[in-house]
Ligand binder design. Structure first.
Ligand SMILES: [Fe+2]
Ligand SMILES: [Fe+2]
Length: 408
């Protein structure tokens, strides 16, 4: 038996608290900072407390010594107590700015554990296809998530649905053109919602900011579907045409199983091209509502593009060979779509009419020229983004030209 005189000791008065009412919390707290072998004198008045304390000590790996007049018992701090904590490994740090906070290759069996948690060893096997940092991360991911969370807008209040149009006798054909463009946009938004959603469950939750950003991105697309639908039907129009070639183009996005290639085709090239389209609508749409909607949606899309570019820059820094795979992905998609009709003619005609603003021949000519300029701007925007990913000017020009004629 150890000497009562030399080991450090502490005492605690549990009063009438029993083990069925939480006495273990006070005991654990009192034992937490004691070294192994130190004793805790326990005073307590609940019935049969000593019996329960003895059982608890055995369970927790502490020693138990009979008490005397003053104490019910002495608990001797065990060496293996809190074993679950002693063997636990830290899963990085919660704050991504801390050193080594985000691991390059977190073990899959950390599962859903919070980043920064102490991980008890063992447990079920998880599998994440996207388990390495360079496969998902971007230097700007934390900043983009903060911006995305702050910039969420309410479709009901952010848009003045009651704002009167300039001309009260709204041109029926102009309104039909708006509905056709909206129909096309909704179809593209559906693709932009589902394509990244496929990957969310493949990303290791350790990369928390990436999951958060993609989750908000998907919520953005949900709002876009809503506002475009609402605008399309606002004046009683029916929705427009969905073409085979549009669906062929968008299906290739959903079918792409590689996260890097899918983000490249969808976010860098597709959503990048859509930025120009939305800016075009912001400038040329005939009514204030459509212009307002286009402006709000473009703000969101700019973030989606920024993450796609940021992530691929990050991955390319460790894997420059990815650049060839990106180029091949454009070429492959171009070949797969080469026999298709490309952009819905109804959509392009609608864009010309919206930019014309009237059926007067000189206005149609101006609208036509603006729609051609839009295509040039789309091409130049893609080329600039490809150069950001390290493609040469010549390569970027060539690849930009191979992008789907459906825009997305
Ligand atoms: Fe969108
Ligand atoms: Fe998007």
């Amino acid at each position: 038996m150890m000497s009562m005189e030399t080991s450090p000791s502490q005492t605690i008065d549990i009063e009438a608290l029993s083990f069925t009412s939480g006495a273990h919390l006070l005991l654990k707290r009192a034992l937490r900072d004691l070294p192994a072998g130190a004793r805790l004198g326990v005073r307590a008045s609940a019935p049969d407390f000593a019996v329960h304390l003895r059982g608890w000590c055995r369970e927790q790996g502490h020693g138990y010594l009979e008490g005397d007049d003053r104490f019910v018992a002495w608990v001797v701090r065990g060496a293996s107590a809190h074993g679950r904590w002693r063997q636990a490994e830290r899963a990085g740090q919660a704050d991504p700015r801390e050193n080594d906070a985000v691991r390059v290759a977190p073990p899959a069996d950390w599962g859903f554990a919070a980043r920064g948690a102490a991980i008890e060893p063992g447990g079920p096997a998880f599998y994440y296809a996207l388990q390495r940092k360079e496969l998902v991360w971007a230097e700007n991911v934390q900043k983009l998530y903060a911006q995305a969370a702050a910039a969420q807008w309410n479709p009901q209040t952010a848009i003045n649905w009651d704002e009167p149009f300039l001309r009260d006798d709204v041109d029926k054909e102009m309104e039909r053109a708006v509905a056709q463009v909206m129909t096309y946009l909704i179809e593209n938004e559906n693709a932009a919602l589902q394509a990244p959603a496929r990957f969310i469950a493949q990303i290791h939750p350790h990369f928390r900011e990436v999951l958060q950003l993609l989750a908000v991105q998907i919520a953005d697309e949900a709002r876009h579907v809503e506002v475009f639908t609402r605008r399309a039907t606002l004046r009683g129009e029916e929705l427009g045409l969905s073409t085979v070639s549009g669906r062929q183009s968008l299906k290739t996005l959903l079918d792409e199983p590689d996260f890097a290639l899918a983000s490249f085709l969808l976010s860098v090239l597709g959503e990048g091209t859509f930025l120009n389209l939305l800016w075009f609508l912001e400038r040329h749409a005939p009514d204030p509502l459509t212009r307002q909607i286009a402006r709000l949606v473009a703000q969101d899309e700019a973030r989606h593009v920024a993450f796609g570019v940021g992530h691929l820059q990050y991955q390319l820094a460790t894997d420059p060979a990815l650049r060839d795979r990106l180029a091949m992905a454009i070429t492959r998609r171009h070949e797969a779509l080469s026999q298709t009709a490309g952009l819905n003619e109804e959509v392009f005609d609608a864009l010309i009419l919206l930019a014309a603003g009237s059926w007067r021949p000189e206005d149609i000519a101006a609208g036509y020229a603006r729609a051609q300029t839009l295509k040039d701007e789309m091409y130049a925007g893609r080329k600039a983004r490809l150069e950001k990913l390290g493609f040469s000017g010549v390569e970027a020009a060539e690849l930009s030209a191979l992008h789907t004629r459906n825009f997305m």
